[in-house]
Structure formats: structure tokens, C-alpha cells
Design a protein around this ligand. Structure first.
Ligand SMILES: Cc1cc2nc3c(=O)[nH]c(=O)nc-3n(C[C@H](O)[C@H](O)[C@H](O)COP(=O)(O)OP(=O)(O)OC[C@H]3O[C@@H](n4cnc5c(N)ncnc54)[C@H](O)[C@@H]3O)c2cc1C
Length: 300
């Protein structure tokens, strides 16, 4: 039985692993894709110490840091379920033998909910974007569409009206469902067109996005845009564990020490109930989760 099993190899899991190695814990880290969402980011301008860096470059730095340490780094491996076991926890993999750990850190992040329309996969990061905070500035003085009607879409639209020349807010529902204060702010924007009851049909382009096909009241329309921000929500990868408390979004509830409702299980990063989803926050929480796991192991 390992001291610790870390589920996830994004900024939270990787940082937890660096701390675990420096504490000389016997541990394993399991990840489908080392680097996580950080690898998808075009440019990162908010990670302390690096003024500008692409996501893959930052992930390369993370990997170099990890290579300094010896531990079981299971990459390309999916965790199916975390179960309680005698003296700790059993981490069941989709393939191969399960791992046993006295403690577990769940750092499995989030995945974006996507539209599932033609062109969406083809133009991913070629105009189809999922993070206005991160990638919005790439569309300065260009026409963009934000798809969604909840708070994350409104937030993206509020950011984009300051950057883009024109913003279409494409909402499938009759009305926007986000906060009234945000809706009010948006209504006064001269460069915003709100399209309610509008279905997204297809994203078209050549090398990059050129337009968004939508349908409103039975009529189809092609919006000339270079960017499409899909803001219909993120899904936490918290399905791997069912015996800890989760919030209404499905995120694992943690306290300020990254402890979950189950002693011995810790969570960090986007999968946890922290309010902001950023690389530096996930990394910091990963460090905290590992130090809490170390304290737990010392006491038990
Ligand atoms: C396009 C984009 C751009 C972004 N740009 C920025 C930016 O510029 N600056 C910034 O601060 N933040 C940015 N973010 C947000 C940032 O990437 C996330 O907040 C951060 O990566 C969260 O880290 P994490 O480790 O919690 O989760 P993730 O990065 O989501 O990593 C989760 C890890 O868990 C693994 N995993 C998931 N499920 C399983 C499973 N069942 N079994 C095994 N492994 C599993 C994944 O493979 C991955 O290794 C961006 C996000 C996106 C999507």
C-alpha cells in the first residue's frame, strides 16, 4: 500500500507530486494526460515567474521538474473508481491492477461541456475557444460569438465586448439565465447582439473559423466571426469518487486545508469547490493537499 495516490496530472496533481517527492512519500500519480487543461492554453500570461508562455511550454517545464524525482508516474491511465479499502483506499483503473493508498488526492480537474456540432472539433483552438479569460485578447478588434446564456457565457461576453469589435451572444433559451446585474451591463454595450432562442448548427471555416451557422425562429443565419467561445459550462471529473460531499455543480467540497468530508481523501484544483479555476490556484491547492495528506499520515 502506497502512502499516497494522486489522481490527475494537471497543475494540481503535478504540484502535489513534487511536494510528495520532497517529503519522501511512497506514492503514485495516475493521469490520462499529463499537463491537463494547461496544455490546451494558447498563451499563459498569469503564471508567476513566466511573463508569457504557451500552455505546452509550461507543461514541458512541469514535466522537467517532475523528472527530477523517482515515483510511479502512470500516464495514459484512467481511474475508473476510488473505493474505501482496509487501511485506506483502492484506486480502480480501467485497465490493470488497482492501486492501494493510505491517502488519496483527487486532482482530476474539469472538462468543458461542448456543443457537439459539426466543425467544433476541427476548429478547436483555431477559433473555437473555451476560455475567454485566457484567449480573449487574441480576438482584439475581431468579430466573435459567445455561445451560452448562463453566468459563464455572460462573463465571457462582458470580457469580449471590451476586446472584440462585435460580439454575438448566442443563447438557445428564450432568455439569458445569468445574474441580472451582468445582463444589465451587457444590454448597454453597443457592440453586442443578443440572439435568444437561437440554436447553434455548425462552425465553418478553412484553416480557422470564419462563421457560425445558427437557426432562429426556423430561419438559418450565418454570423461572420473569427472566434466562437463555447461557454455552456464545465463538468468536474468527480465521478471517480462517490463517498465524499459534492456541491450542486458536482465539485468535491473541500475546506481550506484541501480536506474532503472523508478523512484521508483530499482534493485540489478545478475538481474541487474552490471559486476560481486557474493554473496557479490549482498548483497552490495541490501543494496544500499534499501537505495536508502528509500531516494526516504523520498522525495516523
Ligand atoms: C483553453 C484553456 C485555457 C486556459 N488558460 C489559462 C490561463 O491562461 N491561465 C490560467 O491560470 N488558467 C487557464 N486555464 C485554466 C487552467 O488550465 C485550469 O484551471 C487548470 O489546468 C486546472 O488544473 P487541475 O490540475 O485542477 O485540472 P486539469 O488541468 O483539468 O487536470 C486534470 C488532470 O486529471 C486527469 N484526469 C481526469 N480524469 C481522470 C481519470 N478518470 N483518471 C485519471 N486521470 C484523470 C487529466 O488527464 C489531467 O491530467 C485554461 C483552461 C482552458 C481550458
Amino acid at each position: 500500500m502506497k502512502d499516497l495516490v494522486i489522481v490527475g496530472g494537471g497543475p494540481a496533481g503535478i504540484t502535489a507530486a513534487i511536494y510528495a517527492a520532497r517529503k519522501k512519500l511512497d506514492f503514485a500519480m495516475v493521469s490520462i494526460m499529463l499537463g491537463g487543461q494547461a496544455a490546451w492554453s494558447g498563451e499563459i500570461e498569469n503564471y508567476t515567474g513566466f511573463q508569457v508562455m504557451t500552455g505546452p511550454e509550461l507543461v514541458e517545464k512541469f514535466k522537467e521538474h517532475l523528472e527530477k524525482f523517482k515515483f510511479d508516474n502512470l500516464q495514459g491511465v484512467e481511474v475508473k473508481k476510488i473505493e474505501k479499502a482496509d487501511g485506506g483506499f483502492r484506486v480502480v483503473l480501467t485497465k490493470g491492477e488497482p492501486l492501494l493508498g493510505k491517502t488519496v488526492i483527487v486532482a482530476s480537474g474539469k472538462r468543458p461541456r461542448m456543443l457537439g456540432v459539426p466543425g467544433e472539433n476541427k476548429f478547436r483552438n483555431k477559433g473555437v475557444m473555451i476560455c475567454a479569460t485566457c484567449d480573449g485578447p487574441m480576438f482584439a478588434d475581431k468579430q466573435v460569438a459567445v455561445v451560452g446564456g448562463g453566468n459563464s457565457a455572460l462573463d465571457a461576453a462582458l470580457q469580449m465586448i471590451r476586446i472584440a469589435s462585435k460580439v454575438y451572444l448566442v443563447n438557445v433559451n428564450k432568455e439569458l439565465t445569468g445574474d441580472a446585474v451582468m445582463i444589465e451591463k451587457l444590454k448597454s454595450a453597443a457592440n453586442l447582439e443578443i440572439l435568444n432562442s437561437t440554436k447553434t448548427l455548425e462552425i465553418v471555416g478553412d484553416k480557422f473559423v470564419k462563421a457560425l451557422k445558427v437557426e432562429q425562429g426556423g430561419k438559418s443565419r450565418e454570423l461572420s466571426v473569427e472566434g466562437v467561445f463555447v461557454e455552456i459550462g464545465l463538468i468536474p471529473n468527480s465521478q471517480v469518487i462517490d463517498f465524499v460531499d459534492k456541491n450542486e455543480l458536482g465539485e468535491i467540497e473541500i475546506n481550506c486545508a484541501a480536506e474532503t468530508s472523508c478523512p484521508g481523501v483530499f482534493a485540489a484544483g478545478d475538481v474541487a469547490s474552490v471559486p476560481e479555476k486557474q493554473i496557479i490556484i490549482a498548483a497552490g491547492d495541490g501543494a496544500k493537499a499534499c501537505l495536508s495528506a502528509f500531516r494526516y499520515l504523520s498522525r495516523h
